[in-house]
Design a protein around this ligand. Structure first.
Ligand code: PRP
Ligand code: URA
Length: 212
């Protein structure tokens, strides 16, 4: 059975506040990274809602009791470069998470993704908890290419976490990959002629790494 796409818009006053600061053009690269980190951690609360737990016995200083610990291996797949800006936030919550890198940039003229790196944990077990991360979903082309790359390599059961996207991108991913669950903090109305999200926040990679 093919699971139908579920798109979760994660709305919360703390996220709205921090996202507003991220969008502002005067926000420095240092602040941008800090806000992105904080938002990622807040989003993680919703994203990991269905992660599997196992029951274990523990001793408190007072008595024996049972508790629950995470039993799944988590793999994060940031799409470079901007996806790297969300790795720390997730890794703070799940320190054992492994990180596979998907190097991809969008050709400025065609807006099509160009792959330049793919490195992932090779000992991937059958039932890993896999999260692709990229703050931006504009045309959805990079996200779709990343999903296809992972599926070609036998990595299924995928979630996609983004900060900001267009409805166009969400519809494109949803129709091509209905099994991938999407989590996003805001959906903006349109793209401009250069394929940038409007109002958006500009080029996330450049703003994180200070390259423009
Ligand atoms: C940005 C962003 C996404 C992609 C989104 O990366 O981080 O990966 O564009 O656009 P799309 O949905 O139209 O594919 P970019 O290509 O600018 O590379 P960078 O992160 O290295 O700057
Ligand atoms: N990539 C970005 O970083 N920002 C956009 O608005 C579109 C693509």
């Amino acid at each position: 059975m093919v699971k139908k796409n579920k798109v979760t818009l994660i709305e919360h006053p703390l996220i709205s506040h921090k996202l507003t600061h991220i969008r502002k053009k005067g926000t420095s690269s240092k602040e941008f990274k800090e806000y992105l980190n904080e938002i990622t951690r807040l989003m993680a609360y919703e994203v990991f809602k269905d992660i599997k737990l196992e029951e274990i016995k523990i001793e408190t200083p007072i008595s024996s009791t049972k508790g629950f610990v995470i039993s799944e291996k988590v793999n994060l797949y940031p799409i470079l470069r901007a996806g790297q800006g969300m790795v720390e936030g997730f890794s703070t919550i799940i320190p054992s998470a492994r990180v596979g890198h998907i190097g991809m940039y969008r050709d400025e003229k065609t807006l099509k993704p160009v792959e330049y790196l793919f490195k992932y944990p090779k000992d991937t077990e059958k039932d890993t908890y896999n999260i692709i991360i990229d703050p931006m979903l504009a045309t959805g082309g990079s996200a779709i290419a990343a999903i296809e790359k992972l599926k070609e390599n036998g990595i299924k059961n995928l979630k996609f976490v983004a900060l900001l996207g267009s409805q166009y991108a969400i519809d494109a991913i949803t129709s091509k990959h209905p099994d991938v669950e999407i989590f996003i903090a805001a959906i903006d109305p349109k793209l401009n002629k250069k394929g940038y999200i409007v109002p958006g926040l500009g080029d996330a990679g450049d703003r994180i790494f200070g390259t423009k």
